[in-house]
Design a protein around this ligand. Sequence first.
Ligand SMILES: Nc1ncnc2c1ncn2[C@@H]1O[C@H](COP(=O)(O)OP(=O)(O)OP(=O)(O)O)[C@@H](O)[C@H]1O
Length: 262
Amino acid sequence: MTEKPVIEASNLSLTFQTGDGPVHALKDVDLEIGKGEFVSFIGPSGCGKTTFLRCIAALETPTAGRLTVNGMSPDEARKARSYGYVFQAAGLYPWRTIAGNVRLPLEIMGYSKEDQAARVEKVLSLVDLEGFGKKFPWQLSGGMQQRASIARALAFDAEILLMDEPFGALDEIVRDKLNEELLKLWSATNKTIGFVTHSIPEAVYLSTKIVVMSPRPGRIHEVIESTLPKGPRPLDIRDSEEFLKIAHQVREGLRAGHAYDE
Ligand SMILES: Nc1ncnc2c1ncn2[C@@H]1O[C@H](COP(=O)(O)OP(=O)(O)OP(=O)(O)O)[C@@H](O)[C@H]1O
């Protein structure tokens, strides 16, 4: 990697002290994510995927190790608005229109009214929701609501997009479509994406790099570099030999990570 990594973790650990004793959510995590990479985190429940994303976003504080985001501490990166965050539930305010929801971070950040309007229009069109700005969230399907929440995370044009199982609650057909759209959007914007998922096909279809994690303690079991072409990928790439090979490798990694636990 010639350019400096956008996200760099070394020996990163986070132990939660709970009533039942310490929980090692992350243990000695080493990872570099370069600019423009699409990195998926996959692994069984409790292996620390969300915790790792939350550390990047300065929503959790690691108990040991080093983590930099754009060369800064996560807290500095948060203040510099280095990332947008998309949660599993769309989390739109029901009393605000779609445009009003997408505009919210811009209002908080003090963008001018003109700039707000221009940015809202641009990102709604990026996620294929032009013309829906005046609707309320309940008037949109689940997939459209999730697209609106992606637009909100894109509105201030952060370099990094953190996505925690954004499509987990959607049916497979909608999910396929959003996967395809997300890849196009990523190619068009060259953002760096960290994406949590439980789905092997989703991880393989989307990613340039797949981080296979295992639980107790939460750690990286294996990092798989994708050999699929970078950029938009047709959905039927999932039938290709190359795709199936990578999916197999991820499945084996998940299995081995589990076996280690027993
Ligand atoms: N605030 C907290 N206090 C105590 N324990 C926590 C806290 N947050 C997470 N944990 C524990 O840390 C471990 C890792 O949790 P995390 O949510 O990161 O896992 P995950 O891989 O994202 O799981 P899932 O796939 O279910 O979302 C789990 O054992 C979880 O119970």
